[in-house]
Write a protein that binds this ligand. Structure first.
Ligand code: FES
Length: 972
């Protein structure tokens, strides 16, 4: 973008600069245009705080400041901290503690912390939380950031600082002898960050790189604010794209006229439904063939929700592109609207998909996109024989993912006239396959590049902008950039399905003998992930207690609201909320100890999962049984750490305005999609003994690049720094289904392990040759060397040089693919401690503790970060987050000031304990960890709320207004 404007002289990072800025240009845009790419944009209204820079030492939101006004100021961005040789102590501490996940918010967090430490060298934990409160982070639970600031402050005061690590304990044979480190009892009521605690069974083998809290391989570039994200890239001649969205929830487009927009100088293309071929697709990034129906087209003649696509424009500037959109004349024929899923299923409801060319909608007249049924045993007979029958209906809200980096995409033709799509996606290979027919190019003419991603949580497992951006490049033959506004993230991306969850349970002799689940899933205007999310919900929601007689029925329903899609937890968290609360209600009604009632009923090792075959993901699944679980121990360790029974006892006597409650829930998840998910990896040896690890797996900030490299390093006997990881580029990395379904550690890890074992064999073979034909079985890889039994050794660098240049010359390289017939469930116990204000209904969460069995923990720092971040997102789901719409389908809170996600200051103490098991089907015994972390908080919160108030609240979120109303109704 060329700017004609005013010169502003500023000192940026101690260097005098002249910025030429436009009259109304924000400092944020001026700094990014001047290549200070660490300054990020994440919202439209200054709420997120990730655009923070220091102006004369004070943190300021650069999006709210006009660049014109900073003449003479001293500005600090993260690029000005530390240097290539030496990082600032805050940068070092953020790396070391695992405070960085996606890294999109990291520069702003560090700058806030720097401003604090510049004024106060020894801040309290509360002061640090308040300093970080101005910056939203959606990946972490803020815990490691607080820890990082404490460590950096101590270091800057020249006080000794222990290296960040985890606590390890061997499991005793008898839980009665188990003692936790004193800090884990939290008897002082503090919120101070604790390192994760890892319990290991005595019989588990020892590893060297696997199991260590290695610093993330991408941490340094993230902490330095290097230009690593999709939008930190400019292409000569790049145009700016913009999307016109529908102001109406349901309408036909009677007439659309873009002529005035096209005439605007600087506008290079305007495309409407009249300019783009009508090709049906489903936007969910899933394996081929994606589940039907294909109910979308790139630009349609009908709009089905506020925020639906209407037209796109590309122009020399973003302002011009937006102006062009405002000049498009659209005449709508408004249609009746339905936003409630139960109303949408009634006869006579407005039909949302009445187009004749969408196939496989189950019942278009009643807006039912999918009707799912599955059963095992004889539910009716078992209900007839039960001692007791219990029923409960639970409601969970539509939640937005709120990844801080919006959807953003840049498309261009390279020198070979191949279309390059640089995009923030979880599924680069699916995107390439899915976009090809929409834009009329063969797959081989498309290259998808995935840079670092600023969070996704499922919302980037979706074709959102790539087809539109590519259409604009095709129309203009120019590079085009498109990015969603934060409002568009709420109205035009995806969200969690809102659910109505009806359980009926039969209990005989204190055993759950039968269960029926009727699940209504609100998929919004389109059916992306509609089938699979609700299948997973039914499977997990009926397998946690796995009664032999079981029935699942689900209707997935269109409404005139923005489409639902994939979101961490993927149906399982909603249904496990329902079943866990009902199980607790049952124990309460029958006067049973809730923990023991659940324990006698939950899925046990060796038991077949009755619905695993009938509820695959979108197709028939496979028979599975549970191979490993430490759920018993997880629960008992959590009870010990929280003093669960004693607190419950004490709470029975309390009265007054503020009431304490403690709750517990158990949850399970999966590890990839059994017999479907496939990943591959390539390892290549270099002539200094280092290795390139090429993977299609997609690190969203989760640390998957790091843990996959740890697996390879473990097998090759080398430090992590000798592995150079590259992910992902459809031209250069092998296929991976992408980052979803909790599959990366388990499935992609399986591929990396196989490739590493293959390359190890090649190395030993070559070493044998170099050592005069010594038996390969007498060789071992260790400490960057191949060692013989008689004490000789040759280095990997010598082997690399020899294989490439001297003996039996060849490239030591291996690729492997992996899929699994199983999806072994991680299991966990979630504990929540709260205080309820009986007058206002406000819940203050004091502590969240998750005790998790995710198999072997590959990296305790990244794994605990996943658990803390999952609990934080779940806390929002439980207490505040809910996308709201009026009866006309107009969104009521499509921004971050009205839709409130957790901030640092009010976060509770968050603790993570791992209880390792050795999953035989997993790489090094690993299962998954990322999604189970979000599953347990809301049922544990329900349990705690009942403990505090005697209320069973069946609808989330537990806002103060909702709790207050329930208290009032109950006579408080
Ligand atoms: Fe904070 Fe991702 S690490 S938003």
């Amino acid at each position: 973008m060329k700017t004609q404007g005013v010169d502003v002289n500023v000192t940026i990072n101690n260097v005098l600069k002249t910025l030429t800025v436009a009259q109304d240009e924000s400092l944020l845009l001026a700094l990014r245009r001047a290549s200070y790419f660490s300054v990020k944009s994440g919202c439209d209204d200054g709420t997120c705080g990730i655009c923070i820079v220091l102006i004369n030492g004070k943190p300021e939101r650069s999006c709210k400041i006009k660049a014109l006004t900073v003449e003479g100021a001293k500005i600090t961005t993260i690029e000005g901290l530390g240097d290539a040789e030496r990082l600032h102590p805050l940068q070092e501490a953020f790396m070391e503690t695992g405070a960085i996940q996606c890294g999109f918010c990291t520069p702003a967090q560090i700058l806030h912390a720097k401003a604090l430490l510049d004024e106060n060298s020894n801040p309290t934990e509360d002061e640090i939380r308040h300093a970080l409160n101005g910056v939203l982070c959606r990946c972490t639970g803020y815990v490691r950031g607080v820890d990082a600031v404490q460590r950096a402050a101590a270091k800057m005061r020249d006080e000794p600082v222990e290296p960040f690590t985890h606590l390890e304990q061997i499991l005793p044979e008898d839980i009665g002898h188990l003692k936790l480190p004193e800090s884990f009892y939290r008897r002082d009521g503090s919120r101070n960050p604790l390192p994760p605690l890892v319990f290991t069974p005595l019989e588990m083998t020892t590893t060297h790189i696997v199991g260590k809290p290695e610093v993330k391989v991408d941490a340094k570039k993230l902490v330095q604010g290097r230009p690593v994200f999709t939008d930190d890239f400019r292409r000569e001649g790049m145009l700016y794209g913009a999307l016109l969205t529908s102001p109406h929830a349901h309408a036909h487009i009677r007439r659309i006229d873009a002529s005035r927009a096209r005439e605007l100088p600087g506008v290079r293309a305007v495309l409407t439904c009249e300019d783009i071929p009508r090709i049906k697709y489903a936007s969910g990034g899933q394996s081929y063939p994606q589940p039907l129906p294909y109910d979308q087209v790139s630009l349609d003649k009908k709009v089905r929700h506020v925020g639906d696509r209407v037209a796109i424009a590309a122009a020399e500037t973003l302002e011009l592109a937006q102006e062009a959109l405002s000049l498009i004349d659209v005449e709508y024929d408004l249609l009746p609207i339905v936003v409630d899923p139960e109303a949408a299923m009634q006869d006579g409801a407005p039909i949302i998909h009445d187009e004749p060319d969408t196939e496989s909608i189950h019942d278009p007249e009643r807006n039912i996109v999918h009707h799912i049924e599955a059963h095992a045993g004889d539910v009716d007979a078992a209900f007839g024989e039960a001692d007791h029958l219990f029923e409960g209906t639970y409601r969970t809200p539509k939640q937005q993912q709120v990844h801080l980096e919006p959807h953003v995409c840049i498309t261009y033709f390279d020198e070979d006239e191949r279309l390059v799509i640089r995009t923030s996606t979880q599924v680069p290979f699916h995107i390439r396959r899915m976009v090809a027919p929409l834009i009329g190019l063969p797959v081989k003419q498309i290259r998808v590049v995935k840079p670092r991603i600023g969070g996704g949580f499922g919302n980037k497992q979706e074709l959102i902008l790539e087809d539109l951006c590519a259409h604009l490049t095709l129309a203009t033959n120019r590079p085009v950039r498109m990015e969603y506004t934060r409002t568009q993230e709420f109205t035009s991306s995806r969200s969690r399905h809102a659910n109505i969850i009806r359980y009926k349970i039969g209990v005989k002799d204190e055993k759950v003998t039968a269960a029926n689940l009727y699940l209504i899933g609100d998929t919004g205007a389109y059916g992306a992930h509609a089938l699979t999310v609700n299948m997973v919900g039914g499977f997990k929601g009926l397998t946690l207690y796995n009664p032999p007689n079981v029935q699942f029925i689900s209707d997935v329903v269109y409404t005139n609201t923005p489409p639902a899609g994939a979101f961490r937890g993927y149906g399982a968290m909603q249904c496990q909320f329902g079943i866990e609360v009902l199980m607790e209600e049952i124990a309460d009604k029958l006067g049973l100890d809730v923990v023991e009632f659940k324990r006698s009923n939950w899925l046990k090792v060796g038991e077949p999962m009755h619905l695993s075959k009938s509820l695959g993901e979108g197709r028939e699944g496979v028979e599975q049984s549970l191979q490993t679980s430490a759920l018993d121990l997880c629960v008992d360790i959590g009870r010990l750490a929280t003093d669960f029974e004693a607190k419950r006892q004490k709470h029975r006597q309390q009265d007054g305005r503020y009431r304490h409650g403690i709750g517990m829930a158990v949850v399970m998840h999966g590890s990839g999609i059994a017999d479907l998910d496939m990943a591959s990896a390539t390892l290549k040896m270099n002539d200094d003994g280092s290795f390139n690890l090429l993977i299609g797996a997609t690190d969203l900030g989760t640390g998957s690049d790091t843990i996959l490299a740890q697996m390879a390093a473990e097998i090759l006997g080398i430090p992590l720094e000798d592995i150079i990881v590259y992910s992902s580029d459809t031209d250069f990395t092998p296929f991976d289904k992408g980052a979803y379904a909790s599959s990366t550690t388990y499935i992609s890890g399986g591929a990396v392990r196989k490739a590493a074992l293959k390359i190890k064999e090649q190395i030993l073979e070559h070493a044998s040759l170099m050592l005069g034909g010594i038996d390969m079985h007498d060789l071992k890889l260790q400490d960057r060397q191949v060692k013989t039994l008689d004490g000789r050794s040759i280095s990997l660098a010598e082997i690399g040089l020899s294989s490439l240049h001297q003996q039996n010359q060849h490239q030591i390289i291996a690729s492997a693919s992996h899929k699994s017939p199983l999806s072994p469930p991680p299991t966990a116990a979630q504990f929540a401690e709260i205080v309820v204000d009986m007058e206002t209904g406000k819940i203050n969460t004091e502590r969240l503790l998750m005790v998790v069995d995710c198999g072997r923990v590959i990296n305790p720092a990244t794994a605990s970060g996943q658990v803390e971040g999952g609990m934080a997102q779940a806390l929002g789901f439980a207490l505040t987050e809910e996308m709201l719409f009026d009866d006309d389908g107009q969104p009521l809170n499509p921004n971050l000031s009205k839709y409130r996600i957790p901030r640092a200051a009010r976060m509770p103490a968050m603790d993570v304990i791992f209880v390792q098991t050795d999953e035989p089907s997993g790489p090094f015994g690993a299962k998954s960890v990322s999604e189970i972390a979000i599953d347990g908080v809301s049922p544990a919160m329900a349990s705690a709320l009942h403990d505090a108030t005697s209320l069973w609240m069946r609808e989330l979120p537990y806002t103060a207004e909702r709790v207050k109303a329930a208290l009032k109704k109950a006579g408080h």
